[in-house]
Design a protein around this ligand. Structure first.
Ligand SMILES: Nc1ncnc2c1ncn2[C@@H]1O[C@H](COP(=O)(O)OP(=O)(O)OP(=O)(O)O)[C@@H](O)[C@H]1O
Ligand SMILES: [Mg+2]
Length: 162
């Protein structure tokens, strides 16, 4: 068994499964807030999550739950036509269970159907996070996207699926 530590989720890796547990970020925001106060970028950073500040704070704190909810939903809707690591089930978005793959290298990831698309100009923000080998994994002989908990991916999956 191995553990991986994502920005929004803790992941327990067993032989077959990647168990993704939403982090509720109870401590991190305070550390981050003090950093932002020093640089005077509190409002600017929160507004990236939502124009309404209260909603922005809630979205920030619940980012792990949102990522799990989105991943579960997108797999049900688009998983058949896109190479996504299968999300088998979700327990209230707190815990998602996905098939585990093996780590991929830069060359393998380039074979993924979404790699080139995510390099396009319209996906600059999402691409910075997603176009990294650690977001993909190899399941049997197929390169799959393992981290797809971003709403911005929905139109891409809908438009470019097989
Ligand atoms: N299906 C999987 N198979 C193998 N490893 C996985 C799988 N899903 C996730 N991982 C590992 O767990 C790490 C964190 O998972 P994931 O990227 O889904 O979480 P995250 O919180 O969205 O992370 P971040 O925001 O830092 O990208 C991945 O970088 C990868 O190393
Ligand atoms: Mg990730």
């Amino acid at each position: 068994m191995r553990f991986a530590y994502g920005a929004t989720r803790w992941v327990i890796l067993t032989n077959r499964y990647a168990i993704k547990i939403a982090r509720l970020r109870p401590i991190r925001p305070f550390i981050r807030l003090s950093q932002l106060l020093k640089t005077g970028r509190v409002i600017e950073t929160l507004e990236k999550h939502d124009a309404n500040l209260m909603k922005a704070v809630l979205k920030y704190l619940g980012a792990g739950l949102r990522a799990n909810r989105t991943e579960y939903r997108l797999y049900k809707k688009y998983g058949v036509h896109n190479d996504l690591a299968p999300t088998l089930f979700s327990i209230c978005w707190i815990i998602n269970v996905q098939l585990r793959g093996e780590p991929c290298g830069e060359n393998e990831v380039r074979q993924h159907s979404l790699w080139q698309i995510l390099g396009g100009a319209s996906f600059v923000e999402a691409a910075a996070d997603l176009r990294q080998p650690k977001q993909f994994c190899m399941i049997r002989t197929q390169v799959c996207l393992a981290d797809y908990g971003l709403e911005i991916l929905e139109p891409v999956l809908a438009a470019y699926g097989r």
